[in-house]
Design a protein around this ligand. Structure first.
Ligand SMILES: NC(=O)c1ccc[n+]([C@@H]2O[C@H](COP(=O)([O-])OP(=O)(O)OC[C@H]3O[C@@H](n4cnc5c(N)ncnc54)[C@H](O)[C@@H]3O)[C@@H](O)[C@H]2O)c1
Ligand SMILES: [Fe+2]
Length: 428
């Protein structure tokens, strides 16, 4: 009997391989991932949009039977009063809730365990994640851990959740799209290496894109998280398993980020820009649910683990180099994206694939400059590069279907370029 896509994924995980061996395994796993993406149905959360959307989402929770809700958030958001819009409404409706604000950026297992204890001790019957990707990812693991009675660490990997508590999301950043995705990323307490849990059961029941919740987001976080959206869209678009559905969402997200990120960055109170960025983040999540990500995320996760760089900023640092490296192999696809999104040179609207792809890449780099992404990496050290490259290569081989696979030496070369750029910026 032929191996199932899932067993093919599980069995092919050799730790040390030559590039030829790596390539062979990566290709087989890519086929298995593709087969898996065709057989797994990924549910979509009910989506509410607009300034009333928080209330609509609360009404849905109540109508679906939530009586005692764990609101998961972080201390920064709590201090800013962001949860008040929701807590005031729940109080008016006489719905009991417990507020847990202990989530930290890139949450670790111990942080998740703490939130889980709060939910279990208080017999909560629904989870509401109110925060960025860190809060949402931690909430997903709390929700599947409470439902299954299994420890968070045991729920890392593919298809580990057999059940999930009713889970609802109000994203406060327009970035990860985690409110739409089937994945959650949790970091090890000591090494800060990230583990991934992937299961369609953790897709939230509903999400509210409320621009008023995002309007206080500082420009720095707006920029970093906004480039995360663009990275999801571009990596999903360049994926070897992109299809017409993922293309629709990836292109819509790309178009919106190119148009609205500079506006949201300049004027956080522009609710139309905030809303468009929120929808773009959600669409980016839908796109990479099926098409996956790539080396930008693979390397960015390592930069986060080694040097504490926030997720979105790490993507913004790596993205230009991967676009350059993929430029030839993805030229037709990038040119098609440029035409579909209207990111074309106004002086040369009929440009051939070479020029159209180059123009798109140049515009992405220009946007990263325009929103003043800090591209310095404090403490970056060539002694770490081999480990970083191996970690990134493993994540890509095990999880994504990229347009081409790099050798470890190629990844180290990219890291050297990142270091050179960082050094030159620090010297200015
Ligand atoms: N599950 C997925 O599909 C997925 C995809 C990509 C990334 N991630 C994960 O998501 C995490 C990153 O999430 P993120 O980029 O949204 O950032 P985050 O949730 O870590 O938040 C970053 C900072 O922004 C602050 N913040 C958030 N919203 C704010 C607001 N409205 N106003 C003021 N401050 C605000 C937070 O308090 C925090 O200090 C990483 O751990 C990453 O690995 C998950
Ligand atoms: Fe991301």
């Amino acid at each position: 009997m032929p191996a199932s896509p899932l067993s093919a994924l599980k069995t092919l995980s050799p730790s040390t391989l030559s590039h030829a061996g790596y390539l062979a395994v990566a290709k087989t796993r890519a086929k298995a991932l593709h087969a898996l993406s065709l057989v797994i149905t990924v549910p979509r959360p009910q989506l509410f949009i607009g300034e009333q959307s928080c209330y609509e989402l609360c009404d849905m929770m109540i109508n679906e039977g939530a009586t005692n809700i764990l609101i998961v958030t972080d201390a920064v958001l709590n201090k800013l009063g962001v949860p008040e819009k929701v807590t005031t409404y729940l109080e008016q409706k006489n719905i009991s809730y417990h507020l847990f604000d202990g989530i930290t950026p890139d949450p670790t297992f111990s942080v998740v365990e703490e939130g889980l204890s709060r939910s279990v001790e208080n017999n909560c019957d629904a989870i509401l994640a109110l925060g960025g990707g860190s809060v949402i990812d931690a909430s997903k693991i709390i929700a599947i851990s409470q439902a299954t009675g299994r420890k968070p660490k045991k729920l890392m990997g593919i298809l580990k959740a057999t059940e999930c508590m009713p889970l609802y999301c109000i994203p406060t950043t327009a970035g990860t799209g985690s409110e739409a995705t089937l994945g959650a990323v949790i970091s090890d307490d000591k090494t800060h290496q990230k583990s991934l849990s992937i299961d369609p059961r953790m897709v939230p029941l509903a999400s509210a894109v409320d621009p008023s919740i995002m309007q206080g987001m500082p420009p720095r976080i707006t920029a970093d998280t906004g480039i995360d959206v663009l990275t999801h869209a571009l990596e999903a678009w360049m994926s070897a398993t992109a299809n017409s559905e993922t293309d629709y969402y990836a292109a819509s997200a790309t178009r919106a980020v190119m148009q609205y990120l500079p506006v949201a960055y300049q004027n956080g109170s522009d609710l139309k820009a905030r809303e468009q960025m929120g929808i773009a983040a959600h669409y980016g999540g839908i796109a990479f649910n099926k098409a996956g990500l790539g080396y930008v995320h693979g390397i960015a996760h390592q930069l986060g683990a080694f040097y504490g760089i926030p997720h979105g900023r790490a993507n913004a640092i790596v993205l230009p180099y991967i676009l350059d490296a993929n430029r030839d192999v993805s030229k037709e696809r990038l040119a098609a994206l440029a035409r579909k999104t209207g990111v074309v040179n106004p002086d040369q609207p009929q440009a051939d694939d070479d020029d159209a792809a180059d123009y798109l890449i140049a515009q992405v780099k220009r946007l990263i400059e325009e929103v003043n992404i800090d591209r310095t990496v404090d403490g970056i050290n060539p002694a770490d590069f081999k480990k970083i490259a191996k970690g990134a290569a493993k994540e890509v081989r095990d999880t994504y279907t990229v347009p081409q696979y790099f050798t470890t030496a190629q990844i180290v070369a990219i890291l050297n370029k990142i270091k050179a750029a960082s050094d030159s910026l620090s010297a200015q």
